[in-house]
Design a protein around this ligand. Structure first.
Ligand SMILES: Nc1nc2c(ncn2[C@@H]2O[C@H](COP(=O)(O)OP(=O)(O)OP(=O)(O)O)[C@@H](O)[C@H]2O)c(=O)[nH]1
Ligand SMILES: [Mg+2]
Length: 454
């Protein structure tokens, strides 16, 4: 539950930089700042909200620690909903640690990971979807992921789930009215058919959200992409080309790459978490053997495989074995004929399934990028994407409860009061998304993923 004590912490990274910020939140925030800060402007005493004051910070012996800018935010008009002070110091880790030490001496408690946001949630400033959107916003690394998290922060998912909850409540209310007043003449519009069609609509919405999860996850987390192919086909050259830097060592010797190399590449709005591997072949070299074993492990977890072939040789029997394997385990893969600069134009047999490139000269790379986009960017049929496993699991629970409800109502033997239980279960599952009802464990789990200063 909401803790009474005042919390404080350094909320910017501890590195030498322009400014470093310390935040204090809670009942004692204003008393504490008065003990350690001398504002140049005496109006600071009034603690007018959303005003900034320059002055000096000092320790209990009176020694100056810094000249700082102090921001006052009065609860409930602050991020946490509590009285909050932000101290903008010089970005020196020593200063920041000393100032924090003084604040703790004055009675504040050092905040835990995510504790500021947790307080914002407990004080009703944010629901859980908005709290989780803060973490997504901090971690977003492309425009699409950012828009998604910012919309969620503004309340898009909260509102969407809110409408579904309202709908469920009104259906439950009708069912309960028919239990409490069974002899009342039931209005024409309140038949089983009407209830069914309303539940169907709800299910449609829930299914849409569930369907959006795989795309949402790709937007947020990227696509696990693995480069494979026989030795020397140009896997590392393609990685370097996509990265635009000499990341992996390239030589004319087969077996150059041994340990897997992981990097991140943006292709428009898509992020590829790409791994260059040792590829596959029979070898007696122990180190290379380990690398090749790793290749197979990566293939298992890959969402996309870029399968490189030397265009001069075309697909060999080993390649066909690998393609069969990939088909069997149902992986997305793209066959890429590399070193197209070394073959005659008339030998290029472009098709939808095979892409020709030269990793060395950079030809065909744009075509490869659009092939990847075609595979993963689906038509934007959804107006909202969920990208969080927790929401997905809650929605599955809600859907299952509604499915049971529909079976029961169809059977016409389940009494109305029991029917209402399934609807209530669906409601509880939806309410868990927004956090209307929560356990300390759930909050611990969510907020421990946040950084200390958030
Ligand atoms: N002409 C030409 N040479 C290429 C091309 N791509 C790669 N090469 C050359 O092929 C050789 C092998 O390239 P790498 O990128 O190291 O190949 P790899 O598949 O990573 O090799 P291993 O790590 O040994 O499995 C190097 O000499 C590259 O310069 C290309 O498109 N055209
Ligand atoms: Mg290599």
């Amino acid at each position: 539950m909401l803790k009474e004590y005042t919390i404080a912490n350094i909320i910017t990274p501890l590195i030498e930089c322009g400014i470093g910020i310390i935040r204090i939140s809670g009942k004692q925030a204003f008393e504490i700042i008065d003990e350690i800060f001398n504002a140049y402007n005496p109006a600071f005493k009034q603690k007018e909200s959303h005003k900034a004051f320059l002055g000096t910070i000092h320790n209990s012996n009176g020694s100056k620690l810094d000249e700082a800018l102090v921001l006052i935010m009065k609860g409930p008009h602050s991020f946490t909903g509590e009285n909050t002070v932000e101290i903008h110091c010089h970005g020196n880790p020593f200063i920041l640690k000393e100032v924090l030490k003084e604040i703790l001496k004055q009675g504040a408690t050092k905040s835990e990971a995510g504790e500021f946001t947790r307080r914002a949630f407990l004080n009703g400033k944010l629901d859980l979807t908005q709290s989780e959107a803060i973490l997504d916003t901090i971690q977003a690394n492309n425009q699409k992921a950012l828009s998604l998290s910012l919309n969620q922060l503004e309340g898009s998912l909260k509102n969407k789930i809110g409408l579904l909850k309202e709908d469920l409540i009104s259906i439950i209310a009708y069912l309960e009215a028919s239990i409490d007043f069974p002899d009342d003449e039931i209005e024409e519009s309140y038949t089983n058919d009407v209830i069914n069609s309303r539940v169907n609509k709800l299910l449609d919405e829930i299914n849409k959200l569930l369907k959006s999860y795989s795309q949402g996850k790709i937007i947020k987390d990227g696509i696990m992409t693995v480069l494979i192919g026989r030795p020397n086909v140009g896997k590392s050259s393609l990685l370097n080309n996509l990265l635009n830097e000499d990341r992996a060592i390239i030589t004319h010797l087969p077996g150059t790459t041994r340990d897997a190399i992981e990097e991140q590449i943006n292709i428009g709005d898509l992020i590829l978490n790409i791994v260059d591997t040792a590829g596959f072949r029979e070898t007696e070299d122990i180190i290379e053997k380990i690398g090749i074993k790793k290749t197979y492990n990566y293939i298992d977890i890959a969402q996309l495989i870029l399968f490189l072939v030397d265009a001069r040789q075309g697909l060999t029997s080993d390649d066909h074995l690998m393609i069969n394997h990939l088909n069997q385990i149902g992986k997305n893969f793209i066959i890429i004929m590399n070193k197209v600069d070394l073959i005659k134009k008339e030998n290029i047999k472009s098709s939808n399934d095979i892409i020709y490139i030269s990793a060395k000269e950079g030809t065909g790379i744009e075509g490869l990028k659009s092939a990847i986009k075609d595979l993963f960017i689906k038509d934007e049929i959804e107006d909202y994407y969920i990208s969080n496993l927790r929401y997905y699991e809650c929605l599955v629970k809600a859907k299952e409860a509604l499915d049971v409800f529909q079976e029961s109502i169809a059977s016409e033997i389940v009494p109305a009061d029991l029917l209402a239980i399934d609807l209530k279960d669906a409601y509880i599952a939806l309410a868990a998304i927004t956090g209307d009802d929560f356990t300390e464990d759930l909050l611990d789990n969510i907020f421990s993923k946040f950084c200390i200063g958030k």
